[in-house]
Write a protein that binds this ligand. Structure first.
Ligand SMILES: Nc1ncnc2c1ncn2[C@@H]1O[C@H](COP(=O)(O)OP(=O)(O)OP(=O)(O)O)[C@@H](O)[C@H]1O
Length: 930
C-alpha cells in the first residue's frame, strides 16, 4: 500500500510537470489556434540553454556564449531566449501559414520540433549531461513512503502559475483580448484587436512557460534532444480531458494523468510477466483520449464545423507513357549500373514510398490524419517475422498474411475516426503510435533481442531475392510492388471508392446527404491504407536476413507524415519524393559521400522542410505537376506512344427526365431541442409528389433545424415518414438512399472534384465488388439517365470538367441542385436555393424547381426568404415562428393571413401584391396532388 501512496505522490509531481507544459500549450492554442506539438522541444531548448548559461564553460566549449552565470540570471536568460525562439516560430512560420489548414499548421509544429531536436543535437550532442538539481531535493518521509521534496515544489509552482494565469485571464486587458480572439478572431479584429499581436504574445508566454518547465524538470527527466519532446502526448491527453477549456481544469486533468500514470507504472512489471506486453502505463494517455473523444465526438460534424480545406489532391491519372519507359530505365540501372549501397538505399526508398502511399489514401484522399501508419507498418512486419520465426512461414505467405493483418489493424484505427476527426484524430493516433512502440515494438518479448529477429532469405518460387545476397533482385522486386501499389492508388482516386473518400474528406455532411456512408468509407480507407503500410513494413522486414524494429519510433512516424505533406499528400508521386528523405533511403547516400555534411543533414532537412511547407502547403509535387501539365500539353501530342486522354463528353441526344418513385413526406409532431432552446416545436405537415411546399419564417424560426431533422442530421422527437416507411433513427445517407435528399444553404459542393465528379458522388453510393474491381481495372465514366437528364435540363454540359472554384456563383447553385437531383430523390429539400442570386436568375431557378415537381414528379420542400420566389412557385406555404406553426395555405391565402403578416411577411406581402417581379408566376397546384 505504501508503495502505491509513494507512486501517487510521485504522480503529483509528474502531473505538475504536465500542467506546466499544458498551460503553455493551452495559451498558444487560445491565442493562435495552433496545437503546438513542438512544446516539449521548447522545454528541452530551455533546459539546455540554462545549462549552457549556468554551467562552467566545460559544459559545451564549442558554443561561444557566456557560461558560469549565477543560476538566477541563467534561468532568466534561458527563458527569454526560448521565448524569443517561440516568437520567431510564430512570426516566421505560423503567421505565414494563416490560411493553411489546421492540419498543415499542426504538421508545421511537428517540423519545428524536428528542427529544434536537430539543432540541439548539432550544438549539444546526444549524450545527456549531468544536471544539478535546482529545486530542493532532500527526501521527505510521508508514512512509510519517502519522496523528494522537489516534487512538492513542482506541485506548488504548478498551482501558483495556474492561479497567476487565471488572474491574468479574468482580470486583465490582455486576458480579455486573448479570450476575445480565441472565441472569434474576425469579430475581435473588427473591434480593433490585432489577432497577430495576440498570437505572438501567447507564443512568447507559452514558450517561456515551456522553458520554465524544462529547466525545473531537467534534473528529474534528464536532458537530451529527444528527452522532453514526447511529454506532449500525456499533456495533450490532459488538455483533451480538460476540453481545452480553462487553466484550473488543465491543472486538475494534468494531476489526474500524472497520478494515474505513475500508479500504473507500479504495475508495469506485473503486467509484463502476465501478458508479455511492456510499459502498459504508456497506453494510459491513449485510453483517456479514446474514451473522452469518443464520448464527446459525433459521427458527423455539426453545422458550421464542416468545410475545412486540406492540401490539394491530384487527378489520379496513371501516365503509362511515362511510367513504362521510366520503369525500364530504372530496371536497367538496377541490374547493370548501380552499386550495392545504391541498391539497398533504392529498395528502402521504394518500400517507404509504399508505406507513404498509405498516407496518400488516408490523409490525401480521405482527410483522416493518422500518425500511426509507420507503427502499423512495423506491426505488419513484426507479424510477418513472427510467422516465419515461430511457424516457419516463407516470404510470400508471410507477406500476404502480414498485409492482411495490417489491414485489420488499420481498420481498428478507423474506430476512433468514426466519432472524431481532424487534429483530435491526429492526437489519438500519435498516442497510439507511442503506446504501440513502447508496449510491443521495443519489447524484446515480441521483437527479439537487440540483434533482432532472424527471418532468413526472402525467396520467390525458390529464387533467392534477399537484399543481403541479391540486392539488385530485391530492388527490382520492391520496384514492381511499388508500381502495382501506385497503379492501385491512382485507380482508387478515379473510381467510385475514391470519389466517396474525397467527398468525405471535403465535407462529411454533404457526402452523407448525397448518400455516401461516411463511416463505411472511412473504414475502407483505413483498411486499404493499413494494408499498404503493412505491405511496406513486411518488405522492410525481409530486406535483409535479420529484422529489427527499433527504427519505427514515434519520431519517425511523425516524420513520415511531415515528409508526405512536404512531398504532396494528395499525389501518388508525392510519396516517392517524400520517401527519398527516409532513414537509409536514397538521401542516406549523401552520408557516404560527404561525411562532414552528415552532422548538418537533419538540421538542413528540417529547415528545408519548413521552407517547403511554408511556401507550398500543398506539397512540392503539386507545384511540379502544374508545370509538368503545361509541358505535357506541348510535348505529349508529338510522342507517338502517348495516346491523347479521352475526356468524358455527355450525350447530345435529348434525355427525357424519368419520373422518380412517388413518395409522400409526412412529418408528425416534430420537435428539435438544443439544450434549453426549443428550435422546432411539434410541427406537422405533408409534402406530396409533384407538390412544391414552401417553409417560411423569420431568421431563427427553426427552418434549417427542421430540415436538419428531416434529413437525419439532428436528433428530434416526433416522427418522419417517407411513403409508408417510418425513417426515424435513420442516418442521413440511408435517408438519401431511400429518396430524401437535401441541398445546403452554403451549397457545400466538393471543391477538389470537378463538376462531373460532384455529380457522380450520389450515383456511387452503392459500393460493392465493382468498386473493388475498379482498383485494378478502372471503369469508364458513365452518368446514369437521371444525372444525364439533370445535366441537360440545367445546362451543365460545358461545366463538367471545371471545378466549383472555376464557375460562377449561380452555376454553383445549379450544380448543387443537380447533385441533389442525381441522387434520384422522391423528396427534395432545398435550403435557401436562391440566396445571392439576381431576380432574373432566381426566376429561372424557380422555373427549374417547378419542373422538378411537374415533370420529374418530386415532392419539393423549399426554405427561402425571397418571397417572390416562394409565392410564385409553391403550391402550399407553411409559416413558422419560434419553431411553432403559424399558418399554412396557398400563396394567396398566406399573403392575406394576419398571423403570417404579423410573424414574418409584414409589408413584404403588400409589396408582393403590388409589384410583381421578373419571376414568372406558376399556377399554384399545377400538377399537384391536392
Ligand atoms: N447547434 C445549435 N445549438 C444551439 N442552438 C442552435 C443550434 N442551431 C440552431 N440553433 C438555434 O435554434 C434556433 C433555430 O435556428 P435555425 O437555424 O433552425 O433557424 P432558421 O429559421 O433556419 O434561421 P435562418 O433563416 O437564419 O437560417 C435559433 O434560435 C438558433 O440560434
Amino acid at each position: 500500500m505504501s508503495d502505491i501512496i509513494q507512486f501517487g505522490l510521485l504522480g503529483l509531481g509528474l502531473g505538475a510537470i504536465y500542467a506546466l507544459l499544458g498551460q503553455g500549450v493551452l495559451l498558444i492554442y487560445r491565442g493562435s489556434g495552433v496545437v503546438n506539438i513542438a512544446h516539449g522541444g521548447f522545454a528541452m531548448i530551455g533546459a539546455y540553454l540554462y545549462l549552457q548559461f549556468s554551467s562552467p564553460s566545460s559544459f559545451n566549449a564549442s558554443v561561444p556564449v557566456t557560461a558560469g552565470l549565477p543560476p538566477v540570471l541563467a534561468f532568466v536568460l534561458a527563458v527569454v531566449v526560448t521565448a524569443l525562439l517561440g516568437l520567431a516560430v510564430d512570426q516566421l512560420v505560423l503567421r505565414r501559414m494563416r490560411n493553411a489548414s489546421p492540419l498543415t499548421r499542426l504538421i508545421a509544429t511537428l517540423i519545428v520540433l524536428l528542427v529544434l531536436q536537430a539543432g540541439a543535437a548539432k550544438i549539444w550532442g546526444y549524450a545527456p549531461p549531468f544536471v544539478k538539481p535546482i529545486l530542493p531535493s532532500s527526501l521527505l518521509k510521508i508514512g512509510d513512503a519517502s519522496i523528494s521534496e522537489s516534487y512538492f515544489w513542482l506541485l506548488g509552482i504548478g498551482i501558483v502559475i495556474t492561479a497567476a494565469l487565471m488572474i491574468v485571464w479574468r482580470y486583465t486587458r490582455i486576458g480579455w483580448v486573448t479570450a476575445a480572439v480565441s472565441q472569434n478572431e474576425r469579430g475581435a479584429a473588427a473591434l480593433g484587436i490585432s489577432p497577430g499581436f495576440v498570437s505572438s504574445a501567447t507564443w512568447v508566454a507559452g514558450t517561456a512557460l515551456a522553458a520554465v518547465a524544462g529547466i525545473l524538470v531537467a534534473p528529474i527527466t534528464q536532458v537530451s534532444p529527444t528527452a522532453l519532446s514526447l511529454l506532449i502526448i500525456p499533456v495533450l491527453a490532459a488538455l483533451v480531458l480538460a476540453d481545452f477549456k480553462s487553466f484550473p481544469l488543465v491543472l486538475a486533468a494534468s494531476l489526474f494523468m500524472g497520478v494515474a500514470q505513475t500508479i500504473l507504472i507500479r504495475f508495469n512489471a506485473d503486467f509484463k510477466n502476465l501478458t508479455g506486453i511492456a510499459a502498459v502505463s504508456d497506453a494510459f494517455p491513449l485510453i483517456v483520449l479514446i474514451v473522452v473523444l469518443l464520448a464527446r465526438g459525433s459521427s458527423l460534424p455539426l453545422r458550421g464545423q464542416a468545410g475545412e480545406r486540406l492540401p490539394l489532391i491530384g487527378n489520379g491519372r496513371f501516365r503509362w507513357g511515362i511510367v513504362i519507359p521510366l520503369f525500364v530505365v530504372v530496371m536497367l540501372l538496377i541490374f547493370l549500373v548501380f552499386p550495392t549501397t545504391w541498391l539497398s538505399a533504392l529498395s528502402v526508398t521504394f518500400v517507404v514510398s509504399i508505406i507513404l502511399l498509405s498516407l496518400v489514401v488516408l490523409i490525401g484522399y480521405t482527410g483522416q490524419v493518422s500518425i500511426a501508419q509507420y507503427a502499423i507498418a512495423a506491426v505488419g512486419g513484426l507479424i510477418g517475422a513472427r510467422l516465419t520465426v515461430d511457424l516457419g512461414f516463407t516470404f510470400i505467405p508471410a507477406l500476404i498474411v502480414g498485409t492482411l493483418a495490417a489491414a485489420v489493424i488499420g481498420l481498428l484505427f478507423a474506430l476512433p475516426a468514426l466519432r472524431t476527426r481532424g487534429v483530435n484524430l491526429a492526437v489519438i493516433t500519435l498516442a497510439a503510435t507511442w503506446a504501440v512502440n513502447d508496449m510491443i515494438l521495443t519489447n524484446s518479448n515480441f521483437s527479439g533481442t537487440s540483434a533482432g529477429l532472424r527471418v532468413g532469405q526472402a525467396s520467390i518460387l525458390g529464387l533467392d531475392i534477399s537484399g543481403s545476397t541479391h540486392p539488385e533482385r530485391y530492388a527490382a522486386f520492391t520496384l514492381i510492388v511499388l508500381v502495382i501499389a501506385m497503379f492501385v492508388v491512382t485507380n482508387l482516386r478515379r473510381g467510385r471508392l475514391g470519389r466517396s473518400m474525397i467527398a468525405v474528406r471535403s465535407n462529411e455532411r454533404a457526402a452523407s446527404a448525397s448518400g455516401v456512408n461516411v463511416s463505411r468509407t472511412k473504414m475502407i480507407s483505413f483498411t486499404i491504407s493499413g494494408a499498404l503500410a503493412g505491405l511496406g513494413g513486411i518488405l522492410l522486414t525481409y530486406q535483409f536476413t535479420t529484422a529489427s524494429f527499433t527504427q519505427y519510433d514515434t519520431f519517425t512516424s511523425m516524420l513520415a507524415v511531415a515528409w508526405i505533406v512536404i512531398g504532396g499528400v494528395g499525389f501518388v508521386v508525392g510519396a516517392i519524393f517524400a520517401a527519398v528523405g527516409a532513414p537509409s533511403a536514397l538521401s542516406s547516400l549523401i552520408a557516404l559521400n560527404w561525411q562532414g555534411f552528415v552532422d548538418w543533414l537533419p538540421l538542413i532537412a528540417g529547415l528545408g522542410s519548413l521552407g517547403a511547407i511554408i511556401f507550398n502547403p500543398h506539397g512540392i509535387v503539386q507545384d511540379l505537376s502544374v508545370r509538368f501539365g503545361k509541358l505535357e500539353k506541348r510535348i505529349a501530342p508529338k510522342l507517338p506512344w502517348v495516346r491523347p486522354v479521352k475526356r468524358f463528353e455527355p450525350s447530345t441526344e435529348a434525355v427525357t427526365p424519368t419520373r422518380v418513385e412517388p413518395k409522400n413526406l409526412t412529418v408528425t409532431g416534430l420537435s428539435v431541442r438544443y439544450g434549453g432552446v426549443v428550435a422546432v416545436d411539434s410541427l406537422s405537415f405533408e409534402v406530396r409528389p409533384g407538390q412544391v411546399v414552401g417553409l417560411i419564417g423569420p431568421n431563427g424560426a427553426g427552418k434549417t433545424s427542421l430540415m436538419d431533422a428531416v434529413s437525419g442530421f439532428t436528433p428530434y422527437s416526433g416522427s418522419v415518414s417517407l411513403g409508408d416507411e417510418k425513417i426515424d433513427g435513420w442516418a442521413p445517407h440511408r435517408r438519401a438512399g431511400h429518396g430524401i435528399v437535401r441541398s445546403f444553404q452554403g451549397l457545400e459542393l466538393f471543391p477538389e472534384m470537378t463538376v462531373l465528379e460532384n455529380l457522380q458522388v450520389p450515383q456511387d453510393r452503392k459500393i460493392g465488388l465493382k468498386a473493388l474491381l475498379e482498383l485494378v481495372r478502372p471503369s469508364k465514366t458513365v452518368l446514369d439517365p437521371v444525372t444525364m437528364a439533370a445535366v441537360q435540363d440545367f445546362g451543365l454540359a460545358p461545366l463538367l470538367h471545371k471545378t466549383p472554384d472555376d464557375i460562377s456563383y449561380g452555376e454553383r447553385r445549379l450544380v448543387a441542385i443537380a447533385r441533389a437531383v442525381a441522387a434520384k430523390p422522391s423528396v427534395l429539400l432545398l435550403d435557401e436555393p436562391v440566396a445571392g442570386l439576381s431576380d432574373s436568375e432566381s426566376a429561372e431557378f424557380g422555373r427549374l424547381v417547378r419542373r422538378l415537381a411537374d415533370s420529374w414528379g418530386m415532392a419539393v420542400l423549399v426554405i427561402e426568404h425571397d418571397m417572390n420566389f416562394v409565392m410564385s412557385i409553391c403550391d402550399r406555404i407553411t409559416v413558422i415562428d419560434f419553431g411553432k406553426h403559424v399558418c399554412d395555405g396557398t400563396a394567396g391565402e398566406v399573403r392575406e393571413n394576419p398571423a403570417a403578416i404579423a410573424a414574418y411577411l409584414g409589408d413584404d406581402a403588400e409589396e408582393n401584391d403590388s409589384e410583381p417581379t421578373g419571376a414568372t408566376p406558376v399556377v399554384a397546384g399545377k400538377g399537384a396532388h391536392r
